[in-house]
Design a protein around this ligand. Structure first.
Ligand code: ATP
Length: 642
């Protein structure tokens, strides 16, 4: 009940500071009263039951959750359908069903850890008859729900809780709770905690974020915080071979000049930006290789041939290595020519629907050699290594990039051409020439990386030490956008029966909102239209009303349950009265905009075109409103309107 009440309060406010207080207070009281509930509460606040690396999947779909609601509340299917349509949310609908229910005896109250254990139990239950058992287990939980618990349990089960809390805000709240708890137990009430807490809280938040970036392992982090406070966590959460590190990211740039000014003074390296999937490769002392994706999921099974290539390339792992790399598709029949990213998605992904544009990608790349050593029917891959995070079992993140690259070269050897290579890189300022060469070699562009001071590997950071320049910078914007489909219109003429256009949104981490930025109706193939329309309309992914965390002035006939990210290329950004992207974030002096706050206009992307679906990104990895505001400002500078 404690957590459900906190979720109710979170959903009722859009104020970031208030949200932070609500969560921190919730965690603080758990710390003081039932610390064993803290980890489950942190997981549930992030709408997770375990870390991605554990590969835990509750394995329940919308229809099973619906069956459980019907069983637990005795509601008729038609009535639940009606409620779902009118509320636009299965959790709200279940809450309404439950409110009409009279129970003879009240069941034992739920505890946070009891719910979390039960959810893990769903994940563990597989094989014959598991579907029925899962429905029964969910119905049991739903019967025991009191007050608003039903809404939050159902939203958790359909993995869409939408409290507006993000991983970062949960970590910040956790740090604040621990800092205040530590201070108040040390001062035993002699010093008013509120008077001294603010700087300590800020320091604790930085430390906890760093801990999680180095070692994204909530059980370890929360355990260490309970045991030893923030100092304890800093000591415990260190890099270890076998455990993923959050990857360092690159800042986008709009051209060579912009890239150079972002990098700042000092020397740098320019590397090819390969068009594949991020792979963090861990080589244990016994030679065992584990590969983690950008989302830190264990993808070793999907890329066992890449793992074999790394095994062959490592001279000796010593006490263990962590290599940062990109896995790219290659064609062995054509001298390991690099292939586009889409070819990689033809590889089967555990528990995930095949990427929708696979057929289009396959059709456009006929003649490509299929690799016998990969999963059936999959293309060959090459591991392109570009950084080293641990050498001989010890972290080397703090070394300058040139030293990490040297150790990487010493630790590995290109054993078999085209299976494992070091990223092509060069120093010097001939960026434009290098960009053209990279594009000619089928790369996406280049990444310039600072050398020497300030070039350490900062997990999870998208700072100015790595700056990317993509091939599309030449005609207009420097980068593509990763946007979330939030709704659509029914197509006309040739497109009748399909959804077109589609309304797309960026992610605003400050408010937890998806803010609309454009309608997109180009770049889709007919096959994609068909699959995408079926995905939303027949896949139970539509709503009657936009979810509360969607912000737009558009009014679509079909609203989506936002669940995926599309890469979109556009011409330029303008201001719009209907779109809300980056509303209030463009300063008054820019682009003749008089700012875009208050009743002003949001940013809109002109001439958007679908490129591909980003299976490797979640909604919170979409382009942010802050990035859009920054791009709008840079564009205004280029156009001389600021
Ligand atoms: P994008 O949409 O550009 O792929 P992203 O958000 O996935 O962006 P960014 O940090 O913006 O990630 O771009 C860096 C990505 O580029 C890395 O995650 C990695 O997958 C890929 N990449 C390819 N070549 C390199 C390289 N030489 N160094 C670092 N990253 C590289």
């Amino acid at each position: 009940m404690h957590l459900a009440a906190a979720f109710e309060a979170l959903a009722a406010t859009t104020k970031r500071l208030k949200k932070a207080d609500i969560l921190a207070n919730c965690f603080r009281s758990l710390l003081a009263l039932t610390p064993e509930d803290l980890l489950p509460a942190v997981f549930l606040s992030c709408n997770k039951v375990a870390e991605n690396m554990e590969g835990v999947d509750m394995g329940v779909g919308g229809s099973q959750v619906t069956s459980a609601i019907l069983q637990a509340t005795g509601t008729k299917p038609e009535q639940l359908r009606r409620l779902n349509r009118s509320t636009g949310d299965l959790g709200d609908a279940a809450q309404a069903c439950k409110a009409n229910q009279r129970l003879l005896a009240s069941p034992k109250p739920l505890t946070i850890r009891g719910v979390h254990d039960a959810l893990l139990g769903l994940a563990r239950d597989g094989g014959t008859g598991s579907e029925g058992r899962k429905v029964a287990a969910m119905a049991k939980l739903l019967r025991a729900c009191q007050g608003p618990e039903t809404r939050w349990l159902v939203r958790t089960l359909i993995r869409n809780i939408r409290t507006g809390a993000t991983l970062l805000s949960v970590l910040d709240a956790l740090a604040a709770a621990v800092a205040i708890h530590t201070l108040s137990s040390r001062s035993q009430g002699r010093v008013p905690v509120e008077r001294i807490a603010a700087p300590r809280i800020a320091a604790a938040q930085r430390a906890v974020r760093d801990c999680y970036n180095l070692r994204p392992d909530l059980p370890l982090l929360v355990g260490a915080l309970i045991e030893g406070g923030v100092e304890g966590a800093v000591e415990t959460c260190t890099v270890r071979v076998g455990m993923p590190v959050r990857p360092m990211l690159a800042k986008p740039s709009t051209g060579v000049e912009d890239l150079l000014s972002t990098l700042g003074d000092g020397s740098f390296l320019v590397e090819r930006k390969y068009d594949g999937m991020r792979a963090q490769v861990h080589v244990a002392a016994d030679g065992q290789v584990t590969i983690y994706s950008r989302k830190l999921e264990n993808t070793t099974a999907q890329f066992h041939d890449a793992a074999a290539a790394v095994s062959a390339a490592v001279r000796s792992p010593g006490a263990g290595l962590i290599i940062d790399a990109e896995i790219t598709a290659v064609d062995p029949a054509q001298d390991f020519r690099l292939l586009p990213f889409q070819m990689l998605s033809t590889r089967p992904r555990k528990g995930q629907q095949q990427q929708q544009d696979v057929s289009a990608a396959l059709a456009s790349s006929s003649g490509t050699t299929v690799e016998p050593s990969g999963a059936p029917g999959s293309v060959a891959v090459c591991v392109v290594a570009f950084d080293l995070l641990a050498y001989n079992g010890a972290p080397c993140l703090a070394l300058p990039l040139e030293d990490r690259r040297r150790l990487l070269a010493e630790a590995t050897v290109a054993a078999e051409a085209g299976r494992f290579i070091l990223a092509t890189a060069e120093t010097g300022e001939q960026i434009l020439r290098f960009l053209h060469e990279s594009i000619a070699a089928s790369c996406e562009g280049v990444i310039a990386k600072r050398l020497g001071r300030g070039s350490e590997y900062v997990p999870g950071d998208r700072g100015s030490a790595w700056v990317k320049l993509k091939r599309d910078y030449i005609p207009g914007l420097g980068d593509t956008f990763d946007l979330v489909p939030i709704g659509g219109w029914y197509g006309q003429g040739r497109k009748a029966g399909w959804l077109s256009p589609i309304l797309l949104a960026c992610w605003d981490p400050d408010s937890g909102e998806l803010q609309s930025v454009c309608r997109c109706m180009s770049g889709y193939t007919d096959a994609f239209y068909k699959e995408m329309t079926a995905f939303y309309l027949e896949g139970n992914r539509t709503l009657e009303r936009p979810p509360s965390y969607v912000s737009t002035g558009e009014n679509c006939p079909v609203w989506f349950n936002p669940c995926e990210v599309w890469e979109i290329r556009g011409a330029d950004l303008t201001l719009s009265p209907v779109h809300t992207a980056a509303l209030g974030k463009v300063p008054a002096t820019v682009g003749g905009s008089k700012g875009n706050g208050g009743k002003g206009r949001g940013c809109a992307l002109r001439f958007p075109r679908y490129i591909q679906t980003r299976q490797d990104k979640g909604i919170e990895d979409a382009t942010t409103s802050n990035e859009i505001a920054e791009m709008f400002c840079k564009q205004a500078v280029r156009q001389g309107t600021s």
